[in-house]
Design a protein around this ligand. Structure first.
Ligand code: MTE
Ligand code: MO
Length: 443
């Protein structure tokens, strides 16, 4: 393997070259927004905000909180285990602790609704949740992509005075499902061995990043923005200090649908999920949604960090040596709300439940197989499918013969994509989207 320095340096140059070429060709795109449209968006950022979804008032936020099952967190034993560096309790029936992270047990989502309460929402921390004071917290916007080059600071109160927008979106780790590269395909991948629980779907409220950038005086020369977290610097296992967690976003995406979120499910952002303010980049890899954001660089040249050069690209056979382009969208997945090897009674009808989600389109169909993939039938969808969110589903099952068997769920979305049988391997195990074979035990 080539050394980190070399791979990092050459991949940056390659990325830079490609971005410039795209840029000059007017082709730089993110989420389908071309540069000329981006400039139009930039000019109209104010108008865009004016057209935003109705501003959530304190009253509607409270009503949302009361009407949704997000408050149904249940009680947590005082001695519930805590993850290293995670503030909230992590009871063993809801979470699997993986290093500094906590994966949601999919079966525990059965007791939650469409929105994932903080009590059940997975946590992905590179280091530890920082304890920040909302009163002294500031967001600094700086860089040579601002008019006049001057930095601007915003307090939390400043952000809350701006028009607010609410939206439902999942946050999902790019490595969600990674362990199935090993267990289903015999192709190990580096990184946290998530099953399917590195996802949560919440109602986020905040101010559009476009609104804040416009007020900070973003110039027409800006191309990338890079939010950075206030958590500790990240030191890799081999002792390399990569600095604070940060990842560039193309300005076109930043001006499109990105929020600076200060509420989750109608309550202030919980500490583990980015209090007081996190970036929320709908449908993109979780790493884009920087928690505990402290500053955002606005740049007139493409920006780099280890999180868009050495991580969050596809490496390995079939990919360029410098990796694929930096990852953007999440993918298409399905999961049963059942533990692994769950006992299911024979000779009785059980109602199997689960969820499917897609970043690029709305779910159109979920098919279930209870015979290891021999035959398939459609599940009943319980939610109106939307891109970047999940759809709950249910299907009756009447197993007759006791013994181990395999359940499969396979989703299709409006882009016409269906979950495949296998996912092409990449060394860091990102974007697993194949049908997962869920072992159960008929008893
Ligand atoms: N500052 C900061 N932001 C971060 C991270 C982090 O460690 N530090 N982890 C990222 C990753 S990899 C993911 S998947 C999501 C997880 O969000 P959650 O912990 O709220 O579920 O946050 C992202 N934002
Ligand atoms: Mo992640």
């Amino acid at each position: 393997m080539i050394s980190k320095e070399t791979s990092h340096g050459s991949s940056e140059e390659e990325y830079d070259r490609r971005r410039r070429a795209q840029w000059l060709a007017g082709e730089a795109r993110a989420d389908g927004v071309a540069r000329r449209d981006m400039l139009r968006l930039l000019a109209a950022a104010g108008a865009v905000t004016g057209l935003a979804a109705p501003t959530a008032t304190a009253a509607t936020a409270a009503a949302t909180a009361a009407a949704s099952p997000v408050a149904a967190g249940g009680t947590v034993p005082a001695d519930a285990p805590k993850g290293p560096g995670i503030v909230k309790p992590l009871p063993a029936d809801r979470f699997t602790i993986r290093g500094t992270n906590a994966e949601t047990k999919f079966e525990a989502l059965a007791e939650t609704g469409f929105h994932t309460p903080a009590s059940h929402f997975f946590v992905r921390n590179h280091t530890a949740t920082p304890r920040l004071d909302a009163k002294t917290w500031r967001l600094k916007i700086w860089g040579d992509g601002l008019e006049g080059g001057g930095a601007r600071e915003f307090t939390l109160a400043d952000l809350k005075r701006l028009p607010s927008t609410s939206r439902t979106a999942f946050v999902e780790c790019a490595g969600n499902g990674r362990s199935f590269f090993t267990t289903q395909q015999g192709q190990p991948a580096s990184g946290t061995a998530w099953t399917l629980g590195a996802i949560g779907n919440a109602r986020w409220r905040g101010v559009r990043l476009s609104e804040v950038l416009r007020r900070a005086g973003v110039s027409r020369h800006a191309v990338d923005v890079m939010p950075r977290g206030l958590d500790a610097e990240y030191v890799t296992d081999d002792g390399t200090n990569l600095g604070r967690v940060r990842r560039p976003l193309p300005l076109s995406k930043a001006l499109d649908d990105v929020l600076l979120a200060y509420e989750m499910n109608g309550a202030p952002l919980p500490e583990d999920h980015g209090f007081p303010v996190r970036v929320l980049v709908p449908a993109w890899v979780g790493i884009a949604s920087i928690k505990w954001v402290g500053d955002i660089e606005v740049s007139s040249t493409p920006l780099y960090s280890p999180w868009n050069t050495q991580f969050y690209r596809l490496f390995g056979e079939g990919h360029p040596p410098e990796g694929s382009a930096p990852l953007t969208h999440q993918t298409l997945k399905s999961a049963f709300e059942l533990p692994w090897n769950a006992p299911v009674p024979a000779g009785r009808t059980s109602h199997l439940t689960g969820r499917s989600w897609s970043a690029k389109g709305a779910i159109t169909r979920v098919e279930i197989s209870t015979d290891g993939g021999g035959t398939w039938h459609k599940a009943h969808l319980k939610d109106t499918p939307r891109r970047g969110s999940w759809t709950r589903w249910t299907t009756p099952w009447h197993p007759r013969t006791p013994g181990p068997t395999t359940l499969l769920a396979r989703a299709t979305d409006t882009t016409g994509q269906t979950q495949p049988q296998t996912t092409p391997h990449n060394t860091q195990g990102y974007l697993f989207d194949a049908v997962v074979r869920h072992a159960v035990n008929v008893v």
